[in-house]
Design a protein around this ligand. Structure first.
Ligand SMILES: Cc1ncc(COP(=O)(O)O)c(C=O)c1O
Length: 395
């Protein structure tokens, strides 16, 4: 065994950089790549936020300094208000709110705070690929809870209890979902919360996409609105998508008071605080007008219509469930192929179109690829023009 292999912890050497980023790295090497791989919105951070940060840089003598670990009081107050406006629940900015460097860091800190080696977390299958790495980084084990593709990637709460045992610590949900674009119904979310709480589990809700729903906006339900979940829910919102701030690395977590104290230890030991300049951007985002949101929604709705129309022209290559939210579609591959990974690699090699192999999102993801339609329409069109040339036009 090489010195390097001996030095690296086994649980680290056994995980990979997520397939999403691997495909993004490979496609970045091709100057003409049409990339549908990364959920990186094409939008620019809205002007009022950029201007407020410019002013803060000039006028705030503390802007370049650490903040206290749990975040600027003003931003925690605004986050509590934001959460109340969505869920109807009042939370205390001091006791319950933690400002994070985005949901990746926030979920990671929560998992580190609750998992001992060998502990389990129930994730939907398919789920967000990075959650699998995060659970494994803590020495934990994901337990896959398959979604029903035929029913529109629906969640069946009645199959949750059989996945829970003495080592299970939490259930992790994303709705609107990445990678399927499904929205879980209020009944499904309520029943999941009820079953999780009855077994003493923490319900972790990673919520980047609550603003991105389409004709069924009214069907979207926030688990934070459920009565009596205050001690059993960790809710995480990120500015990355709704405020086009993915590079700022900023989010907020709403946590039970006792859990916040534990998560804060992980947060402090890994990061000290979310970047203060990004927190200033967050203050501007939550206190300013949110006119950009309806523009983002409108543009994403157009892109969703476009990608569905283009998929409809390739019925011999992909079948798919029409996404209801977020900005992903998760088509099933109908043409002969070995694995979704091999399919994605050869598509990239032969057509310079980048998609993410479905296997990265869990066993149910095999036979699928994820396409992100948060990119410009020209990129969607280029990708599908090339795929039509490559696979031939539909019947
Ligand atoms: C479910 C989910 N969680 C977290 C993230 C990353 O969020 P952040 O940029 O806040 O770390 C994404 C981004 O694609 C996501 O889809």
């Amino acid at each position: 065994m090489s010195a390097h292999r001996q030095r690296v912890a086994r649980h680290i050497s056994e995980i990979e950089v997520s397939a999403i980023k691997q495909m993004a790295i490979l496609s970045a090497r091709l100057p003409d790549a049409a990339s549908l791989t990364w959920g990186l919105p094409s939008f620019r951070t809205p002007a009022p936020i950029r201007r407020a940060v410019g002013r803060a840089l000039e006028e705030d003598p503390d802007i370049g300094k650490y903040a206290l670990p749990d975040g600027l009081p003003e931003l925690r107050r605004l986050a509590a208000e934001d959460y109340r406006s969505v869920t109807g629940r009042a939370v205390d900015p001091d006791r319950n709110v933690l400002i994070t460097a985005g949901n990746m860091q926030g979920v990671n800190a929560v998992l580190h705070a609750i998992l001992d080696a060998g502990d389990r977390v129930v994730v939907t299958d398919p789920c967000f690929a990075s959650h699998l790495q995060q659970i494994r980084l803590c020495g934990g084990e994901p337990v896959f809870w398959p979604l029903d593709e035929e029913a529109g990637w629906a969640l069946d709460p009645e199959t949750l209890p059989e996945r829970i045992d003495a080592r299970t610590k939490a259930v992790l949900l994303v709705t609107p979902s990445n990678p399927t674009g499904a929205i879980f119904t209020e009944a499904q979310v309520r029943r999941t919360a009820e079953l999780a709480r009855a077994r003493g589990l923490l319900l972790i809700v990673d919520d980047p996409y609550r603003h991105f729903t389409y004709e069924n906006r009214a069907a979207s339900f926030n688990p934070g609105a459920i009565d009596g979940m205050e001690d059993d829910l960790a809710y995480l919102f990120t500015f990355s998508k709704a405020y086009a701030m993915s590079g700022w690395r900023l989010g907020y977590a709403i946590l039970p008071e006792a859990l916040k104290r534990e998560v804060l230890k992980v947060h402090d030991a890994t990061l000290i605080c979310a970047p203060r300049i990004s927190q200033a951007a967050g203050v501007a985002a939550l206190s300013g007008d949110r006119a950009h949101l309806s523009q983002f929604q409108e543009r994403l709705a157009k892109r969703r219509a476009l990608i569905c129309a283009r998929l409809d022209r390739l019925p011999h290559v992909f079948s798919y469930v029409r996404p209801e939210g977020a900005y992903y579609v998760f088509p099933r591959i109908l043409v002969p192929h070995e694995t979704s990974h091999a399919f994605a690699l050869s598509l990239l090699e032969e057509t310079h179109v980048a998609v993410t192999p479905g296997e990265a999102f869990g066993p149910t993801g095999e036979e699928h690829v994820r396409m992100a339609y948060c990119v410009e329409e020209a990129v969607i069109n280029a990708a599908f023009d090339r795929m039509e040339r490559h696979f031939g036009a539909g019947p």
